[in-house]
Design a protein around this ligand. Sequence first.
Ligand code: G2I
Length: 457
Amino acid sequence: MRRKRVLLTTVTLAVTGALTAGVLVTMAPAASAGTTLRAAAAEKGRYFGAAVATGKLSNSTYTTILNREFNSVVAENEMKWDATEPQQGVFNYSGGDRLVSHARANGMSVRGHALLWHQQEPGWAQNMSGSALRSAMINHVTQVATHFKGQIYAWDVVNEAFADGGSGGRRDSNLQRTGNDWIEAAFRAARAADPGAKLCYNDYNTDGVNAKSTGIYNMVRDFKSRGVPIDCVGFQSHLGTTLASDYQANLQRFADLGVDVQITELDVMTGGNQANIFGAVTRACMNVSRCTGITVWGVRDCDSWRGSDNALLFDCNGNKKPAYDSVLNALNAGTGIPNPTTTPPNPTTTPPNPTTPPPGGAGCSATVSANSWTGGFVATVKVTAGSGGTRGWSVSVTLPGGTSVTGTWSATASGSSGTVRFANVDYNGQLAAGQVTEFGFQGNGTAPTQTPTCTAS
Ligand code: G2I
């Protein structure tokens, strides 16, 4: 045993070189460098994803790379409106389901792309406007998010709704013409349908502080201040031969609003700078603790929508390009974040060590907050363990008259109206003193405002 510890110390010293003996006494051995993108990202608590055309899943060169290198996927086209609702009220989930089952079988999380986008609207929707379109689009969000409920790590709820150029305003579209509140209505519908998915706004030409990204920034700040349910912002990052010098600062200013950020569609023009830019984008994400992952928009150069730009990490024969090494090195050199996001659904509490249960009985407390809209709400309850920790807990929430609970996550509900009792599920019952966990529920009617009572066991 003693021999082994000495050996590990020697290895650590060899790897890190410049450490003093005094520091080494308390240091664990250095984590080994990941040899694939997915392993390297996962070691840093992040995902590394690719956009997938499901038709290519039968191509073995493609699928070998996909399964080896990526732990997140997004459908390049199959979850878009034209694919999922080709006729009004007639839904087709075949491509999306195929991707989800491939992801499950290969330990990958799934980004959902995209519930609402002015492009790729089915023909019937292109011909609609006003309140008919508003209800059709909200129904689309509800149906699709409900179908994939529990399978999606993060949804692009709304894609590319801001105008290019200097206005910083919204892009004109039939969606926009239903009223400026269409985006928040879509986010609320998505939250109600799949409360476990992170909800993102996604756009391009937002690769630095500019008029467009600032317009989006202002929207996110407004949403956060009014309780509109938004969790993340996607930066597509379809890049040319240069990278804005404030790329990372722009990510950080969004993160500072209290949302996650993700690089969602990365591809870079070929040329001398390609590897450097891929590396710089990866480093920027690693330097922002709320940057939870990176997705490249395809696997090999010839899978890319950018054709002769050769904009991806693998050539058409499946060989790794210099850009690949640049990304891998940046992942391995990056700073880790504590909560891995690679396995959906994402429990909000790390299961405590089962061999050392904390003593029970010293109480707990709970607070409730809610995002509400006319006729409904989504509530988040924060449970804090008292000085003795908990083995389990239950929280009683008193609902206003006429209000009922329609769905619960990270807890089990008894009853649905009046006073509803929520008990812990198996992974979040044991809390150390002062540890916090969250659960949530959605309901019809009016959100509760009374402070809940918490009982620890
Ligand atoms: O345009 C690049 C991306 C910009 N951000 C949003 C993304 O959703 C978008 O992806 C691209 C896909 O890579 C293309 O594959 O979106 C295009 C439009 O939806 C996709 O192109 C479409 C063609 O327009 C269709 O004609 C074709 O049937 O791909 C379809 C399937 O190959």
